[in-house]
Design a binder for this molecule. Structure first.
Ligand SMILES: C[S@@+](CC[C@H](N)C(=O)[O-])C[C@H]1O[C@@H](n2cnc3c(N)ncnc32)[C@H](O)[C@@H]1O
Ligand SMILES: [Zn+2]
Length: 265
């Protein structure tokens, strides 16, 4: 998948900095004259970008930890951030939500912040592997997902500057990552830019706790791990200003699963 032109959806890609067209090997942007290399086995659209500081981002980039992420820390994180102590949300319910709510129009389907690939596989099972692009910033996560799904198109890029043109993707999914991005509002704007009209944006993240005692507990965790939770009204406002209509919002304990759709043109 190094040869982007071999990807049936190569036309969707664009320079993440200026959104100009890309061509050549290595990939070159004729507009801003940046070059993007694939010398590590995958395209790197964010060579100079590092993840924000903090314990959460540290764990997600630590090769020793990432192998335990899906089975262990992800479960503990859902318990604490989403008050999911009674398993209201199980991996299987997440699968069911994605397969019911990802409704792409034509074009590739992005799994944004794909991580080690357990939920990217759900996206693959829903829409077919040939359509899916995994995107992450962590080298350790990219190594894992490439081992897990060797045929998948995976790129390294920054969620705040997506390497796609306007109206180029059929759907976007973002499972358990919005709370980690340094500017989630900007990421939602980016999703609104790159989605084709009618394409869905599915996401799983966390609701800001309302009970003061739980909110205190949750906020201590947010400080420690440099993550955040969301109020439903702020998410709705950001989606609307990105040109996305909220179609569904499902909240099990303190978790939030939502689906929005880009307004038809
Ligand atoms: C908690 S993991 C979620 C992985 C997977 N989607 C899941 O549901 O388990 C969040 C992912 O977002 C990635 N990430 C964090 N900041 C990012 C950024 N600015 N751009 C792209 N990916 C980022 C991390 O590397 C990590 O793999
Ligand atoms: Zn450019």
């Amino acid at each position: 998948m190094l040869d982007l032109l071999a990807n049936p959806y190569h036309a969707a890609f664009a320079c993440p900095t200026c959104h100009g067209p890309l061509s050549g090997e290595p990939l070159f942007c004729e507009t801003c004259e940046r070059t993007y290399l694939a010398d590590k086995g995958y395209l790197d659209f964010a060579p100079e970008v590092r993840m924000k500081p903090g314990l959460g981002p540290f764990f997600l980039q630590d090769p020793l930890h990432v192998t335990r992420y899906e089975e262990q820390t992800r479960v503990a994180f859902l318990n604490i951030m989403g008050a999911n102590w009674n398993d209201s949300l199980t991996p299987e319910r997440e699968d069911d939500y994605l397969s019911a709510h990802i409704v792409p129009v034509d074009g590739p389907v992005l799994d944004l912040g794909c991580g080690a690939g357990r939920w990217t596989r759900t996206v693959v099972d829903t829409v077919g592997q040939a359509r899916v692009i995994g995107l992450d910033l962590s080298l350790a996560m990219i190594d894992l997902i490439r081992a897990e799904l060797p045929e998948l198109c995976v790129v390294r890029a920054n969620a705040l500057q997506l390497p796609f043109g306007r109206d180029s993707l059929g759907a976007v999914n973002c499972s358990n990552a919005l709370q980690l991005f340094p500017e989630p509002r900007t990421v939602i704007q980016e999703v609104g830019r790159v989605l084709k009209p009618g394409g869905t944006f599915t996401a799983f993240t966390f609701r800001q706790a309302e009970r003061p005692t739980y909110r205190y507990f949750q906020s201590q965790h947010e400080k420690t791990f440099n993550v955040r939770s969301f109020r439903v009204d702020e998410l709705t406002t950001w989606l609307t200003s990105a040109g996305l209509d909220l179609l569904d919002l499902t909240s099990l304990s303190g978790t939030l699963l939502f689906t929005a759709r880009k307004k038809p043109s």
